[in-house]
Design a protein around this ligand. Structure first.
Ligand SMILES: [Fe+2]
Ligand SMILES: [Fe+2]
Length: 144
């Protein structure tokens, strides 16, 4: 699903390996839920979505906020607020999943996927650019 929807390298990869690995894992996890629904394993899909992914999202946000603190990113507070709002809405929505039919569950999954991809591409990209601007060496002037 993910690879068909957007260009991974151009829109998704931030150039910070530890963060990129977590984002890849997150997208893979959402693809797993998608596959479980397609296989007809709705209860497994719900369990995976509301336990495994929910925990991973919380962990990822915490790692990311620690990373932003480590690099002295000035907009950390705003970014953390965005995480907090998503986390609250996401966790609040989880108990409702049990009553969802397949179409509603797929819609919820798509909403989550869209939010995460947009968040990475826009909001996460800001601290990545800040970090890379500090760490990257200017390109060499030419052959010695
Ligand atoms: Fe992220
Ligand atoms: Fe983030």
């Amino acid at each position: 699903m993910a690879k068909d929807l957007f260009n991974f390298e151009a829109e998704f990869k931030l150039g910070i390996d530890e963060i990129d690995q977590e984002h890849i894992k997150l997208v893979n996890m959402l693809n797993t839920v998608h596959q479980l629904i397609t296989d007809g394993s709705k209860s497994k899909a719900i369990e995976y979505f509301s336990l495994t992914i929910a925990h991973y999202v919380v962990d990822h946000f915490a790692h990311e906020e620690a990373f932003m603190a480590r690099i002295g990113f000035p907009q950390l507070e705003d970014h953390a607020k965005v995480h907090e709002n998503f986390k609250n809405a996401f966790i609040k929505s989880l108990p409702r999943l049990a009553n969802y039919d397949e179409a509603a569950f797929r819609a919820a999954l798509t909403d989550t996927f869209t939010w995460i991809v947009n968040h990475i591409g826009r909001t996460d990209r800001k601290y990545a650019q800040f970090y890379l601007a500090q760490t990257q060496q200017p390109p060499a002037a030419g052959p010695a």
